[in-house]
Design a protein around this ligand. Structure first.
Ligand code: AHG
Ligand code: MN
Ligand code: MN
Length: 332
């Protein structure tokens, strides 16, 4: 007999009272993301059959080639969020500047800003490897009724009110937190419904997986090199296993379930690191901490970094608590 799972829709409604702000609004926002996730999932699954593989022919503000699916996922999330009269602004990896959403119907009462990486790991699309979406949600800091400004987006991660990701993997999952633990929902594609399959997700306190692009080894700071050597040393429960998909969402998801550490350090090639603070590191850090894990730039807690610009990059060390603490010791 198949187990009876709660649906994401039911879960959102049941838990809306625990949310300290106007609950109905956050529920509607999460429902919007749920819908966009299903649309993007449908598109990702068709890749290979229709003409959506490959490069779109443009580069984004960070000089990266945009894939067709990057552009498509970006459009779908923006379209869906625009319609809901909850969001006053959106920032995306694929947009140079933030998008301001004026809702004349409700006199600009929208209170939330959303920051997204619409398609994470996009270099993996053409080869049928898991990709994802990452989102981060804040209350605006400027008064409702006034135009949204950069200040609404440049908030430290500690101010997030919700964050999550979708992993388009062997099955599609939506995983999110509103600051009360982390819950994972698996999509039943036949019904188009997400079901609560992974309640109360937690990082094991320690693990035996390290995830880093080791091809960059020679460019890493000495502390990171030393930690990698520590992971490889035959002693106690080591050497650890090396696993690196190249999609942050998928690498993180695996490590949260199995126990592990993900690292994207600075290197002489990428002096600030590669991952973006606002729509990659902060949301993942919020989820990690809510799941008993840690996220650091090597020195500081990711969520306490004061952001200076929309597409700011930071080094990122995230995962099982004991492993991140150990890596930090090496970087002192
Ligand atoms: P995006 O596709 O959104 O630009 O993100 C790619 C990121 C992240 O998902 C991944 O972990 C990392 O880049 C991989 O970078 P390398 O290829 O340099 O290892
Ligand atoms: Mn990304
Ligand atoms: Mn992306």
């Amino acid at each position: 007999m198949t187990k009876q799972y709660k649906t994401l829709g039911e879960f959102i409604i049941e838990n809306q009272d625990s949310f300290k702000y106007s609950s109905g609004e956050l529920s509607r926002l999460l429902n919007g993301l749920r819908l966009a996730a299903k649309v993007v999932n449908h598109e990702v699954n068709k890749a290979g059959l229709v003409d959506i593989l490959g490069e779109a022919g443009d580069t984004n503000i960070q000089g990266e080639n945009q894939q067709k699916l990057d552009v498509l996922a970006n459009e779908k999330f923006i379209q869906t969020l625009r319609k809901r009269e909850i969001v006053c602004g959106i920032a995306s990896e694929e947009e140079d500047d933030f998008i301001s959403i004026n809702s004349f119907d409700n006199n600009n009462q929208n209170k939330y800003v959303v920051l997204i990486d619409p398609l994470d790991g996009s270099s993996n699309i053409d080869v049928n490897v898991s990709v994802g979406t990452i989102f981060s949600i804040y209350r605006r800091v400027t008064p409702v009724g006034s135009p949204v400004t950069m200040d609404d987006f440049l908030q430290p991660g500690t101010k997030q009110i919700a964050a999550g990701y979708i992993v388009y993997g062997t099955s599609t999952m939506l995983v999110y937190t509103t600051g009360d633990g982390v819950n994972g929902f698996t999509l039943n594609p036949a019904l188009g419904t997400f079901y609560l399959s992974h309640p109360g997700m937690k990082f094991p306190e320690t693990g035996n997986i390290y995830s880093v692009n080791e091809g960059n080894y020679v460019h890493f700071p000495q502390g990171v090199k030393d930690y990698i050597k520590y992971c490889q040393k035959e002693e106690d429960d080591r050497p650890y296993t090396s696993r690196y998909i190249g999609s942050l969402v998928s690498d993180f998801h695996r490590n949260m379930i199995k126990g592990g550490i993900y690292m994207y350090p600075t290197s002489s090639k990428a002096p600030e690191g590669k991952l973006r603070l606002l729509y990659e590191c902060n949301p993942m850090a919020f989820i990690a901490e809510q799941a008993d894990g840690l996220a650091s730039d090597g020195k500081q807690r990711i969520m306490e970094i004061d952001p200076k610009e929309l597409h700011q990059r930071v080094p990122f060390f995230c995962g099982s608590k004991k492993m991140v603490e150990k890596a930090k010791e090496f970087m002192k």
